[in-house]
Design a protein around this ligand. Structure first.
Ligand code: NAD
Ligand code: UDP
Length: 328
């Protein structure tokens, strides 16, 4: 039985990856410190004989007993609100955490895939974004803590590949959504759906002309799975090229949820990218992958999931208590 370590296992993407690798017959070791994740995302896995969970902060030395064939490094705050609240933890998990996991991969002779992001392109001046674009990132802006941690993560991963001959994979993930996102993490889909469920107005930042391209989680997981098993060490974009303005998207959400609330406008956060759309030619050619879940279907499944959450989850204060997960 192949053995895989998945960091960020209690998060949105990590928990779906655990499900996928268990269903493929792997022994999965999930690791998380719950700073932005939720126990309920992995509760269903705790009784499985081929799943083991280790509560651990990966910015501290990481040790795992027994052999490992693969590592997926997905631990990191991922929503702008989260990483603005915990900027230093964000920098540490992308840098020190990645270094620890690369060291573990080298020790275990395991292949490692790291979760990078479209944020490495910053507020892009090239559209759509292909892997050969170097990006337009404000290193000292509020988003710099995430963007630069991810850029460092890519650099150190390539260094381990070139210097140590480590088998590495880099996925550049574009906005992905689905069940198990944290309702109050501030990202636009849980934000709009939560507002609709609570009967609040939908908040558009800026004038809503900025664009995003949303990928359903099952498509994302399939792309990551194929990339891990490929022999390609350079970054690959995985996302859905179907681009939409945030204003049009808010209108779709109003229709989907049936909310009678209005749209209200708030200030656009600093360095919020004005456009984002993946060029997925490389993934198509290399992995024979492309997304096939429509926004209509994916949003319906996601909204149905949010409707099942308790009143407490719906109204719980906007942010998690991060402090209890941070060592002094
Ligand atoms: P998430 O916040 O739901 O999950 C991240 C998980 O990592 C959480 O469970 C959190 O508790 C855990 N974590 C954070 N710091 C940790 C640490 N020091 N030690 C151990 N665990 C830690 O976010 P997500 O959307 O699932 O994102 C997962 C990964 O994918 C991240 O690396 C993120 O940068 C990347 N990504 C996601 C998207 C997206 O649209 N969802 C887009 C681009 C990149
Ligand atoms: N956004 C918004 N209202 C919200 C939350 C987000 O208009 O309540 C906008 C945000 O400014 C950005 C887009 O939606 O332009 C996507 O934001 P998200 O936080 O989901 O992710 P990003 O792609 O910016 O990392």
């Amino acid at each position: 039985m192949k053995r895989i370590l998945i960091t960020g296992a209690a998060g949105f993407l990590g928990s779906h990856l655990c499900d996928r690798f268990i269903s493929e017959g792997y022994f999965v070791i999930g690791m998380d410190n719950f700073i932005t994740g939720e126990e309920r995302n992995i509760e269903h896995l705790l009784g499985y004989p081929n799943f083991k969970f280790i509560e651990h902060d990966v910015t501290e030395f990481v040790s795992v007993e027994g052999p490992l064939d693969y590592i997926l490094h997905f631990a990191s705050p991922a929503s702008p609100i989260d990483y603005l609240k915990i900027p230093i933890q964000t920098l540490k998990v992308g840098s020190l955490g990645t270094h620890n996991l690369l060291g573990l991969a080298k020790d275990k002779k395991a292949r490692i895939l790291i979760a990078s992001t479209s944020e490495v392109y910053g507020d892009p001046l090239v559209h759509p974004q292909s892997e050969d674009y170097y990006g337009n990132v404000n290193t000292i802006g509020p988003r710099g803590v995430y963007d630069e941690a991810k850029r460092f993560q890519e650099a150190i991963t390539m260094a381990y590949h070139r210097f140590h001959g480590l088998e590495t994979r880099i996925v550049r993930i574009f906005n992905t959504y689905g069940p198990r996102m944290r309702l109050n993490d501030g990202r636009v889909i849980p934000a709009f759906m939560g507002q609709a469920l609570r009967g609040e107005d939908l908040t558009i930042f800026g004038d809503g002309s900025q664009t995003r391209s949303f990928c359903y989680v099952d498509d994302q997981v399939e792309g990551i799975y194929r990339l891990l098993l490929s022999d390609y060490a350079y970054p690959v974009n995985i996302g859905n090229p179907n681009e939409i303005t945030i204003k049009e998207f808010a209108e779709e959400i109003i229709k989907l949820t049936g909310t009678t609330q209005r749209i209200i406008y708030k200030e656009l956060p600093k360095d919020d990218p004005l456009q984002r759309q993946p060029d997925i030619s490389l993934a198509k050619k290399l992995l024979h992958w492309e997304p096939n879940v429509t926004r209509e279907t994916g949003m319906q499944i996601t909204f149905d999931y949010f409707k099942t959450l308790s009143k407490e989850a719906l109204y719980k204060s906007e942010h998690k208590d991060f402090k209890k997960h941070i060592k002094k």
